[in-house]
Write a protein that binds this ligand. Structure first.
Ligand code: SF4
Length: 400
């Protein structure tokens, strides 16, 4: 059976959910790797491994969703809650441009005190200062949150955000796209599986490209991991709007859920299976931020063709215990040592050039930036222009 399936995959034919489960459960790890690597080589015969220089900025940690796997959020009214000011965000963009970056990955909590106008004004302000700079922003649950609190249909939220400067949508907040799992993780309320997929459908129809993710290793079964991949594959058949798939394991430290982290082998098997199942996705990222540089490097033999983002700032998985950091020099070294050719890309996976540090002097980023320095509780001045919804938000704005 496994041999037959291996032949099916090697011949470039699509496999069913039942066949994927058989492979996942019973194929030896080296075989899964070989099959995934074969697909990677067919799709990317030039041995190029890409990466992007961008900055992962979390504009607020205040969140009403309270997912039980999340160590990042703070409840409304918490003294540790923050919203970044526009000037702070501009400073982060300046630092990103200085190291050769061209994009912000901008995501945050579901903060009830940020109305639609705050996002539009921010995007417009970024685009007027930095017209070429890209905004890869607001995962589907954030788009839904904005839609709900402003009572504006998702399609119109997306259209308004595009008009303000949104370039693409990151695939965060997918976790596992099965409602049984989402209910157990307390993330069904922020977005059901259908709602997450529908935001992406609407974004693709509006002409945006997006990524897709999976966070595995909590309560899901093997069948549910595969169901997640199948649902992504179906939507990709329908719209073709996904540029890439990224999977990482649940990071348990400091979370309400707790538990243990999946192993590196589990990661490599899951990645390889995704490469096999997601035959209509061109790009798979290696998640070295959660797995470390060495497993990240091994990912290139298990189906990945992209090293994701050169980390300049990270707040979310660091809050949950993952602390791996690589700058461009280290990413390039890992890619070359694995026998591949590193190239910089943009969000659309268009090649921008060779490593920037070989073209000009750039500061090395050996310490990761963070959203805010510890103990910084400053409230940005411009927030007082926007109406708050929560009682604590209203009080704070009155006090300004
Ligand atoms: S994962 Fe996102 S939506 Fe869920 S609690 Fe954390 S910040 Fe909020």
């Amino acid at each position: 059976m496994i041999e037959q399936l291996a032949n099916t995959v090697s011949a470039g034919r699509r496999i069913s959910a039942a066949e994927a489960l058989e492979l996942y459960r019973h194929a030896p790890t080296h075989l899964l790797g070989r099959l995934a690597d074969g697909i990677r080589a067919r799709k990317h015969p030039d041995r190029i491994v890409t990466y992007i220089i961008d900055r992962n900025v979390n504009y607020t940690n205040v969140c009403v969703a309270r997912c039980n796997f999340c160590a990042f959020y703070r409840p409304v009214g918490s003294a540790e809650g923050y919203v970044l000011g526009f000037e702070e965000i501009f400073r982060k963009i300046d630092e990103t441009i200085a190291v050769g970056g061209n994009q912000l990955l901008l995501q945050g909590g579901h903060n009830p005190d940020l109305p639609m106008a705050w996002y539009e004004d921010l995007f417009r302000a970024v685009k007027s200062r930095y017209p070429e700079f890209k905004l890869h922003a607001l995962s589907p649950p954030e788009v839904l949150h904005i839609s709900r609190i402003n009572q504006i249909p998702v399609r119109d939220v997306i259209a308004r955000l595009i008009a303000a400067g949104l370039d693409s949508i990151p695939g965060g907040g997918a976790e596992v796209l099965v409602d049984r799992v989402r209910k157990l993780l307390n993330c069904y309320g922020k977005a059901s599986a259908d709602e997450w997929l529908d935001v992406m459908r609407q974004a693709h129809r509006a002409g945006l490209r997006t990524t897709a993710t999976m966070m595995y290793g909590t309560v899901e079964t093997d069948e549910e991991r595969i169901e997640h991949m199948m649902r992504l594959r179906d939507l990709q058949d329908e719209t073709g709007g996904f540029t890439a798939f990224i999977t990482w394991s649940y990071q348990p430290e400091h979370t309400e859920r707790g538990g243990t982290e999946a192993t590196g082998i589990d990661y490599l098997r899951t990645l390889a299976l995704a490469r096999i199942v997601l035959d209509n996705f061109d790009n798979l990222q290696a998640s070295w931020v959660t797995q470390g540089g060495k497993v990240g490097q091994l990912s290139l033999a298990f189906g990945a063709n992209d090293m994701g983002s050169v980390m300049i700032e990270e707040n979310v998985v660091r809050a949950a215990g993952a602390a791996y950091c690589m700058d461009e020099v280290e990413i390039v070294m890992n890619v070359e040592d694995a026998g591949f050719i590193p190239k910089r890309r943009n969000m659309h996976y268009e090649i921008l050039g060779d490593p920037i540090f070989r073209e000009r002097d750039v500061p090395r980023m050996l310490a990761l930036g963070r959203a805010r320095e510890d103990g910084d509780t400053s409230v940005p001045e411009e927030l007082s222009q926007y109406p708050a919804r929560s009682r604590s938000g209203k009080q704070l704005r009155l006090a300004q």
